[in-house]
Write a protein that binds this ligand. Structure first.
Ligand code: MG
Length: 160
């Protein structure tokens, strides 16, 4: 078994929606990012890469590469899963936390969870999605941006 963790932040900027876990969420702001700025999927990619000992998302999908401008981050997850498959690593479960004052996660939780489970090719019960505010504290509390954490467990087929 291998465990990995990931963390990501994006600042709010002009726009009318944000992408969270592959789902388009209408919002008063967008996020500033080279790709689509999906913090949940970026944290998830880092957790998957971390568990596999494959570095981080920035090494594989550079934020200066024009190929990834405005990129759908679902493609990053799929590409990372391909890397894991070569190492015979499979996702056991993923636990994600959105850290944001806004937008509210609750109305979108089921859709995001289903989308992430589909991306990871696991049943929905193996993906958990939590949300917290920072009680108004710090840059997240001032609604300057949005953050996410992810923890994943991978199986390498051996009990260790
Ligand atoms: Mg990011």
């Amino acid at each position: 078994m291998r465990v990995g963790s990931g963390f990501d932040v994006h600042g709010f900027g002009p726009g009318d929606h944000i992408m969270l876990g592959g789902v388009r969420i209408p919002h008063s702001h967008g996020v500033v990012a080279h790709s689509d700025g999906d913090v949940l999927l970026h944290a998830l990619c880092d957790a998957l890469l971390g568990a596999a000992g494959l570095g981080d998302i920035g090494q594989h999908f550079k934020d200066t590469d024009p190929r990834w401008r405005g990129a759908d981050s679902s493609g990053f997850v799929t590409a990372v899963l391909g890397m894991l498959a070569k190492l015979h690593l499979q996702v056991v479960n993923a636990d994600l936390t959105l850290i944001a004052q806004a937008p509210r996660l609750a109305p979108h939780r089921d859709a995001i969870r289903a989308c992430i489970a589909q991306l990871l090719q696991v049943e929905g019960a193996r993906v958990n999605l939590k949300a917290t505010t920072t009680e108004g504290l710090g840059f997240l509390g001032r609604v300057e941006g949005i953050a996410a954490q992810a923890v994943v467990l991978l199986s390498d087929g051996a009990q260790r």
